[in-house]
Design a protein around this ligand. Structure first.
Ligand SMILES: [Zn+2]
Length: 297
């Protein structure tokens, strides 16, 4: 089984998670730029974060055999902070980079005028750069949030078929599907969507244009939710082809709209900016000083 997690924040996860993802069948991930919990106080913090999403994190993922791409944006929550909004002027330099496969995550958190502006500006940036957009919908007041989101997308230059609306559930799936956008579902432990509800939605609405993600981050979350949904789909009578469609071909098709998705995992480089990840000399290699001593003897 090959799996693609189209929304996971690996910056917040450990190497144990990368190992477990690979063992579960996950061969590709997309990491959307988002809020870090601790508020950022200047655009410079975003620059370092974006650079990490483009450099360090794909390097780390490659050590575990996983292809890593990212989406770049000013997230909805920090769109309300005037210390952060100047980052909008820095986005064009990132949106041309090879590993950036969408603008995101953008959208509404509290549905403020500042969020209206950031969403409209970034949908235009996506259209200008030939990129699709990953659009977050609010966790409160979901249906109102979805309707306002769809209105703004319809007024934008980006076609609805280049937009993935994420964090959908039973209350929003139908209107989202009727709009023609791609349909994202985040499956969490304890709250919001779970595997059973996800499979029920697939049964009633079908697998077409549906993407399932773990949205795992620094909060209580489970990076293996894609596998758990796949297993439950099979147990509930979906075919292996259905699973492959939802958990591989749909995310490949959506992010493939960027023309930049590269799913062969590059051989891990020895170092990233001088950092090899390894701490000291691996156990199975003789200590280097012994070799030097032998050569000198
Ligand atoms: Zn997220």
């Amino acid at each position: 089984m090959r799996l693609f997690d189209p929304h996971i924040h690996m910056t917040s996860r450990t190497t144990d998670d990368y190992e477990a993802l690979y063992a579960a069948g996950v061969r590709a991930v997309v990491e959307p730029a988002f809020w870090l919990g601790q508020p950022r106080t200047s655009p410079a913090s975003f620059v370092d974060y974006f650079d990490a999403l483009l450099g360090w994190e794909p390097f780390r993922a490659a050590q575990y055999g996983i292809a890593h791409h990212c989406t770049i944006a000013l997230n909805p929550k920090e769109a309300n902070d005037p210390r952060c909004t100047p980052v909008l002027d820095l986005l064009p330099r990132y949106l041309v980079k090879d590993n950036v496969v969408a603008v995101g995550e953008i959208g509404y958190d509290s549905m403020t005028p500042a969020e209206d502006t950031a969403l409209a500006v970034q949908l235009q940036l996506a259209a200008d750069h030939g990129l699709p957009a990953l659009v977050h919908t609010p966790h409160r007041d979901k249906l109102a949030g979805l309707r306002r989101t769809l209105d703004v997308v319809r007024e934008s230059a980006l076609p609805m078929e280049h937009v993935l609306i994420d964090h959908l559930n039973e209350t929003t799936v139908k209107e989202a599907k009727d709009s023609g956008c791609w349909l994202g579902f985040s499956v969490y432990p304890d709250t919001k969507m779970d595997e059973e509800r996800m499979v029920a939605i697939l049964r009633s609405h079908g697998p077409e244009r549906v993407l399932v993600n773990s949205a795992a981050d620094w909060g209580k979350s489970d990076p293996l939710k894609t596998r758990k949904v796949a297993d439950l789909m099979l147990a509930e009578g979906f075919t292996e082809d259905d699973v492959d469609r939802v958990l591989w071909r749909n995310p490949v098709a959506f992010y493939g709209l960027s023309g930049r998705l590269a799913l062969d995992v590059p051989a891990p480089e020895a170092t990233h900016e001088g950092n090899s990840i390894q701490r000291g000399v691996p156990k199975d290699e003789p200590p280097r000083t012994a070799g030097v001593a032998a050569a000198e003897a």
